[in-house]
Design a protein around this ligand. Structure first.
Ligand code: SAM
Length: 329
């Protein structure tokens, strides 16, 4: 039985940030005022954390950052992770979230090492706009090559995540619909959350789920398809069956009641919610010589403190103690 929190939510999904560094400076995410703020750990430490957590019921591990592909040794890390088994003796479901800049060359080695799936972040499908958002010239072609390489080597399904912001890139909705069909990838739109460095979020900056659906329907009708309870995205297919569009709507349709996730930051802290105002120092305990049993006991206690829900848009909302890029999205 996986660990459950005090609200009865089973915790089966772990995200590990392996670096706080990033090679993109997306205007809403890493403002350029703040580079990496936190250190990272030897891979052996993340591996030990993953092993203890797997023993407690984790079934999926997503590697993230910062930009995880910047970290030398990531392929070997995947290979070691892939040797772990879930509490039921099954293979772990290992996934990676990346900006895709370095993915073209790494897709095959990652697949060979045991990576199953990849999610690539991309907030525009035209090269000029993409460069203005990421503040890196000529990144678009690299990312496109990374997406195509991932498909070719069978990192399936390839998901492309786009954060939509009002007045910024909402005109990309239909182009992304075409992109999903042409490139045979799952495009997922994500509502912008107040997790940015510059605190530019307001309710007006969010492009909500219903509006995305309406805009896309002007291009081609979408039909909703079933999604797993703990899945964050509402899934849709175009009416001719070609192209999948997901919408992740944590602001307009929160899914906290089904949240199965915990996160480990690059410096080895556990975060029980993206919007946590504190974190829990797992690595500190390791450094002080805790045994696996003591770590498991600590984690069990931390999971009982998992927040019931976020308070985005409410008068009592308190900003998270870290922004997205320093947590691991
Ligand atoms: N570098 C990797 C990447 O680009 O996917 C992993 C880290 S990045 C922080 C993970 C995801 O968080 C990206 O898709 C990014 O667009 C998203 N993100 C960053 N700030 C966000 C915000 N305020 N609201 C919603 N998503 C955000």
């Amino acid at each position: 039985m996986p660990l459950s929190d005090k609200f009865g939510r089973a915790i089966t999904d772990l995200r590990i940030s392996i670096t706080d560094r990033c090679n993109y400076k997306c205007v809403y995410c890493r403002t350029g005022n703040e580079g990496a703020l936190y250190g990272d750990l030897p891979f052996a430490d993340y591996l030990r954390m993953a092993r203890v957590l797997t023993g407690l019921g984790i079934q999926k591990v997503r590697i993230t950052g910062g930009e995880p592909l910047l970290r030398k040794g990531v392929v070997e890390f995947v290979r070691q992770l892939a040797k772990l088994r879930t509490a039921n003796g099954e293979d772990l479901d290992i996934a990676l979230t990346t900006n895709g800049h370095l993915l073209a060359e790494m897709a095959q080695p990652l697949k060979d090492a045991g990576l199953r799936r990849v999610t690539v972040s991309m907030d525009a499908v035209d090269p000029g706009r993409f460069a203005r958002i990421t503040r890196v010239p000529d990144g678009y072609d690299n990312v496109l090559a990374g997406i195509r390489a991932s498909r070719r080597v069978g990192l399936w399904p390839v998901k492309v995540n786009c954060v939509l912001m009002r007045g910024f890139n909402e005109d990309q909705i239909v182009p992304f619909g075409m992109f999903a069909r042409e490139e045979d990838v799952v495009v997922r739109f994500i509502e912008f959350m107040p997790l940015e460095e510059d605190r530019v979020w307001s309710p007006n900056t969010v492009v909500p789920l219903e509006e995305i659906l309406l805009r896309m329907a002007e291009y081609r009708p979408l039909v909703e398809i079933p999604h797993a309870r703990s899945e964050t995205a509402r899934r849709h297919r175009f009416d001719d069956g070609v192209g999948e569009i997901g919408i992740i709507a944590p602001v307009s349709h929160p899914f906290c009641g089904h949240c199965s996730r915990i996160r480990i930051t690059s410096d080895g802290k556990i975060r029980t919610c993206l919007f946590s105002v504190w974190d829990h120092d797992l690595h500190g305990r390791m450094r002080r010589g805790a045994s696996d049993e003591e770590l498991a006991e600590f984690i069990g206690g931390v999971i009982q403190k998992k927040e019931e829900r976020h308070h985005i848009g409410e008068p009592d909302f308190v900003p998270a103690s870290r922004t997205m890029v320093h947590i691991g999205g």
